[in-house]
Write a protein that binds this ligand. Structure first.
Ligand SMILES: *[C@@H]1O[C@H](CO)[C@@H](O)[C@H](O)[C@H]1NC(C)=O
Ligand SMILES: *[C@@H]1O[C@H](CO)[C@@H](O)[C@H](O)[C@H]1NC(C)=O
Ligand SMILES: *[C@@H]1O[C@H](CO)[C@@H](O)[C@H](O)[C@H]1NC(C)=O
Length: 420
């Protein structure tokens, strides 16, 4: 009866599933931005180590600089770094829907404050927002998502220097990134120009409220950072539908912040506590040079070398070092250990970035591959990562993506991410 009519259907459905199981695994995909105005889709066939460009699009304004993938809604956001703090100029934010081949289809593009270099998505209940760090624009701005053609910024925070910086690069405030704390209740933005860690609390309406910023040592030029948590700081426990805001519950757990400073060439560790004021208290624990001691010059990075990106997988940190030429003609990736207990950082070894100026890199979700975006040589290098030891290993593939750029100029490959 019912069952007998159902059975043949189930059997016939199972056939194509069996036959597809024999096919090679789907390629891994990546997206990369280049300051030449292109956004690229890359495909990595893991069985043959064939890394290739499968799509090139002139999009994301004049200076595509950064990609953020919201894997839940499957929307890619691209920041265009064009424009400055002069309000007659602007950058842009473009949203795309990737198809099954990883080709990006533009949903919409909107004007933003100039100089967008990084973005982060945050949620309040069922609503989503994106915050953008504007380097040349000396600002942080937010947009409510989804974007539509008439979207304008929900909030803009514009900054001015209160005292001169240490070097010409610190001529004005330069927010270099934005990232969330582990509870999803705060946004931090390292400001390279002002030597500040700017902090915003996310209100229940999605509005950002300014918290007192944290001073970073004069001349440090903070660039990128990330949090570590033991997962017990759950004062803002996720409710499943989003984030509830229960600040009155004092935190009991351990949360730490790790920061890399471009100009000072240092890495800093902070203990983080969730203050009853509704803001974050940070206390500096350690300042170190994220580079093997034997290769340091006068307890510093080699002359002209600067740290750029930082990532953490388990208890291993990775910091990319631009222009150290540790593996001529390649720069270096440094591996560091997080010491259990006090969370201090211990420098491990360095490995080849397989290109010049590793501005960005991304570890895949499986944790066995790292994609390095070398800006000046304009190549994407895929290296193996040992999932047990955390060490970076052999080169899997290196691909030229667009034309090389001059070191120190906004030219070349600006970012790379995995489609994950
Ligand atoms: C590498 O992959 C691309 C895209 O799938 C394909 O067009 C190309 O033929 C492949 N190259 C080799 C050597 O297999
Ligand atoms: C941060 O630096 C500013 C300017 O130098 C100073 O006025 C302020 O007191 C400092 N704040 C803290 C918490 O140290
Ligand atoms: C919060 O953390 C504490 C201590 O680890 C734990 O006992 C409690 O169940 C957690 N609460 C939620 C809502 O996750």
């Amino acid at each position: 009866m019912r069952l007998t009519t159902l059975l043949p259907t189930l059997l016939s459905i199972s056939l194509p599933i069996t036959s597809t199981a024999a096919k090679p695994p789907a390629p891994s995909r990546l997206w990369a931005t280049h300051y030449n105005g292109n956004v690229y889709t890359l495909s990595l066939d893991k069985s043959t180590s064939n890394l290739s460009i499968t799509d090139t699009q002139k999009t994301c304004g004049k200076m595509p600089s950064w990609l953020t993938f919201d894997s839940e809604s499957r929307i890619v956001y691209c920041s265009d770094e064009d424009g400055t703090a002069d309000p007659s100029t602007h950058g842009s934010l473009t949203a795309y829907h990737p198809d099954r081949q990883g080709r990006l289809h533009e949903i919409t593009s909107v004007e933003t404050v100039g100089g967008g270099v990084d973005s982060v998505i945050y949620e309040v209940g069922k609503e989503k927002f994106i915050a953008i760090a504007h380097y040349e624009g000396s600002a942080v701005s937010t947009f409510k998502l989804p974007l539509n053609p008439s979207s304008t910024s929900a909030q803009e925070f514009h900054f001015k220097l209160t005292h001169p910086g240490a070097v010409p690069q610190q001529d004005s405030p330069h927010p270099h990134s934005v990232f969330l704390d582990p509870t999803g209740s705060f946004i931090l933005s390292p400001d390279l120009g002002a030597d500040l860690l700017r902090i915003y609390s996310i209100s229940s309406t999605g509005k950002l409220t300014t918290c007192p910023p944290v001073n970073v040592t004069f001349g440090s030029g903070p660039r990128h950072g990330l949090f570590w948590t033991d997962g017990t700081d759950n004062h803002t426990a996720s409710t499943g539908t989003g984030i509830s805001h229960q600040r009155e519950m004092a935190a009991v757990g351990k949360t730490m912040l790790y920061l890399v400073n471009e100009i000072g060439g240092t890495m800093m560790t902070f203990d983080v506590s969730y203050a009853r004021s509704g803001c974050l208290d940070l206390s500096l624990k350690q300042t170190l040079v994220p580079y093997p001691a034997a290769d340091q010059k006068d307890h510093k990075l080699p002359s002209g070398a600067t740290p750029a990106e930082i990532r953490l997988v388990g208890d291993k940190f990775y910091v990319s070092i631009r222009s150290d030429q540790g593996f001529t003609p390649g720069d270096s990736m440094v591996t560091l250990d997080r010491v259990p207990g006090d969370g201090a950082v211990k420098v491990g070894g360095k490995s080849n970035a397989w290109g010049k100026v590793p501005r960005t890199f991304a570890v895949n979700r499986a944790g066995d591959l790292v994609a390095i975006g070398n800006q000046a040589s304009a190549n994407v290098a895929i290296v193996r990562r040992d999932r047990v030891t955390g060490e970076l290993g052999e080169k899997v593939a290196v691909l030229q993506v667009g034309e090389p750029g001059t070191v120190g100029q906004a030219e070349g490959l600006s970012s790379v991410i995995w489609e994950e």
